[in-house]
Design a protein around this ligand. Structure first.
Ligand SMILES: [Zn+2]
Length: 645
């Protein structure tokens, strides 16, 4: 058994021990150790066997110290691939974007495409491992689906066409079409219809880590909006709605734990389901100014929603009773709401604005009060499109609208009236050049049967639940969960199981995503000071940063290297700064890279038989006697590990 983990070269010459199976393992280890001392490899043995690395669990994919050879391959900063930068490139947009580049976490390859450098790779893999542990904990099983996904599955649900504007496509040499994975609902549902035959196999949850492609028109802020990125997606399959709700709740709780462990203060907000289908969805948002999402939060209850789907309590406006007949008014060259306000001496909400959009072959007129903006997300959802298309000249002619003077009366189009349009008289375009109409009344002068909430809710609006004041915050969406029900299974042939009552029923599903790179950068956005990154312990690229000063001093070098070897032997992850740089450069880099503990071995401290220990987050220096330094630092790191969430 012990033999099995030793390289053949070391096992050769091991004293025969036919009784090994019956030996006390401790006794056998001691015997083996004595032999290894003779072979001058006892320290290797100590490092790998007696003190098994702590992070076998944490580093499966990180290539971390789970491998015995890695334990002794010190990470010397002089060999580190990736150099720190004194200044951030001018186009780095957020604090996290700047620090990610300066600290050599990741590098751009092209717009929206990033390479993890070694330090960032380690962080990303630790983030993945935390997610993996929490997925495993709720019984979600890890799989891996390809990046290239065949068109036929997407065609089954209609998303091949729907997703066209935002996805990368390719063909093989036979002309077969593929999409670079956008998400994997269709693909995992395809597997489920082959693997799951009966209700007895439900519920099932699976997840994978995989690269996604989004043909973003505007990648921004480094990893916050990239064009290729790894996500963890999980998918649940249940027999009914109640089962889906249980799976959704399990994922919701797992997400809460994951973000706490990542050091991210993420709040759940109600979100739009967009291209994912279904009605119930939450995003996990970290509320920081660097975020590009707009989140409305009630000051008096726990209502939180992405602006894309936020609602508001409408003022209680009684329907007007005696609105005079509609009347045309000459308004030469007066077209904007602002100009109309001056012309009529009336506030913006005295007017109606009419948007003409194209949805497939249909022209859709959207009517809003003059003081409200249309929500593009709500309109996309209403029209079932990924991108809005505004009506062209031909559509105006077809609908009978006149640009600048378009109004709801007499339009040949599907008319959608926003819920904030009240039942009173308004002023609107007359669909005639240089003419508006006043006293135009919804329902009387134009159809208002199709009432839909398509306006942007803004700061100061009333909470839909309790009427409290809504405030607007910026947020980064680090995760999302969707309960889409039968959205996919109902469209995909044979995506059914044999139910308990003997009938065939479609799977009831949900999907659950977390962006890895975006999470890493959001950690940086929220964990830094003016000198650099301050990693939460559990995701830091290394645990201890040993700095030798100066490295060409023999005693300093010997002490530092012995210490590094001892720490690594104790299973501690160490970055060793062995570069021949000045103290200023080395300390600045240590602060920039942000490893939780900095250990300085310097000529000056060694004169007092001590080394310096400092935490990145704190300011005090601790002088540790050099003869017990390895034990003391190991103890500090182990305490930090157990204190980590
Ligand atoms: Zn509220």
């Amino acid at each position: 058994m012990v033999r099995a983990v030793l390289p053949a070269a070391l096992v050769r010459g091991l004293p025969e021990d036919r009784d090994a199976e019956r030996c006390d393992p401790e006794e056998l280890r001691e015997k083996l150790r004595r032999h290894l001392v003779e072979l001058h490899v006892a320290s290797w043995y100590d490092a790998t066997l007696r003190k098994p690395c702590h992070s076998g669990r944490a580093e499966r994919r990180a290539g971390g110290p789970a491998c015995p050879i890695r334990h002794n391959s010190q990470m010397r900063q002089s060999r580190l691939f990736g150099r720190t930068l004194r200044d951030a490139p001018a186009d780095a947009q957020t604090p996290g974007h700047q620090l990610m580049l300066r600290a050599a976490i990741a590098r751009p390859l092209a717009s929206g495409l990033y390479t993890w450098l070694p330090l960032g790779f380690r962080v990303a893999k630790k983030v993945e491992q935390i997610i993996r542990e929490e997925m495993d904990r709720i019984g979600c099983q890890e799989i891996e689906m390809p990046v290239l996904t065949p068109a036929e599955y997407w065609r089954e649900t209609g998303r091949w066409d729907l997703l066209e504007p935002i996805t990368f496509r390719t063909r093989d040499h036979n002309g077969r079409e593929f999409m670079l994975s956008y998400t994997h609902e269709e693909l995992v549902t395809h597997h489920a219809r082959n693997e799951i035959l009966s209700y007895r196999q439900l519920p099932v949850m699976v997840y994978h880590f995989q690269s996604k492609g989004r043909d973003e028109a505007r990648p921004r802020a480094g990893l916050l909006r990239a064009r290729e990125f790894v996500m963890k997606d999980a998918y649940s399959f249940d027999a009914d709605q109640a089962g889906l709700e249980r799976s959704y709740a399990l994922q919701y709780d797992a997400y809460t734990r994951i973000f706490r462990r990542l050091g991210l203060d993420a709040v759940s907000v109600e979100s739009d389901t967009g291209a994912m289908g279904g009605d119930v969805a939450h995003e996990f948002q970290v509320l920081i100014d660097a975020g590009e999402d707009s989140i409305l939060i009630c000051e008096s209850c726990d209502y939180r929603a992405n602006q894309e789907r936020a609602e508001r309590r409408l003022p209680d406006a009684p329907a007007a009773t005696d609105v005079p007949p509609a009347e045309e008014v000459a308004t030469p060259s007066v077209t904007s709401i602002e100009a109309l306000g001056t012309f009529f001496d009336a506030p913006a909400n005295a007017f109606l604005k009419t948007l003409l959009l194209r949805a497939g072959d249909e022209v859709v007129a959207v009517i809003l009060p003059g003081d409200r903006e249309a929500s593009h997300a709500k309109l996309r959802k209403l029209l079932g499109v990924m991108e809005l298309t505004f009506a062209g000249d031909a559509d105006f002619v077809r609908a009978g609208g006149v640009a600048g003077y378009v109004g709801p009366r007499g339009l040949h189009a599907r008319v959608v009236v926003d819920t904030s349009v009240e039942r009173r008289g308004y002023i609107a375009g007359a669909n005639k050049r240089d003419i508006h109409v006043k006293n135009i009344l919804p329902g009387r002068d134009f159809p208002d049967a199709e009432r839909v909430d398509v306006h942007d809710v803004v700061a100061g609006d009333a909470c839909p639940r309790d009427g409290g004041r809504l405030v607007l915050r910026r947020g980064v969406e680090v995760g999302n969960i969707f309960a889409f029900g039968t959205y996919y299974s109902a469209k995909m042939a044979g995506a059914t199981f044999l139910a308990e009552d003997g009938t065939r029923k479609p799977f009831v599903g949900g999907s659950y995503g977390i962006g890895i790179g975006r999470s890493v950068q959001t950690i940086i956005e929220t964990h830094h000071d003016d000198k650099g990154i301050v990693w939460p312990f559990q995701v830091a690229p290394y645990e201890v940063h040993v700095v030798a000063l100066p490295v060409n001093d023999e005693s300093v070098c010997r002490t530092a290297e012995t210490l590094v070897a001892a720490l690594e032997g104790n299973g501690i992850e160490v970055l060793y700064d062995d570069r021949e740089d000045s103290a200023g450069v080395k300390f600045a880099d240590a602060d920039l890279i942000g490893i939780p503990f900095r250990v300085t071995v310097s000529r000056r401290s060694l004169q007092n038989q001590a080394i310096e220990l400092k935490s990145r987050a704190g300011s005090e220096l601790e002088l540790v006697p050099s003869d017990i330094a390895a034990e003391r630092i190991t103890d500090v790191v182990r305490r930090a590990r157990s204190a980590a969430p």
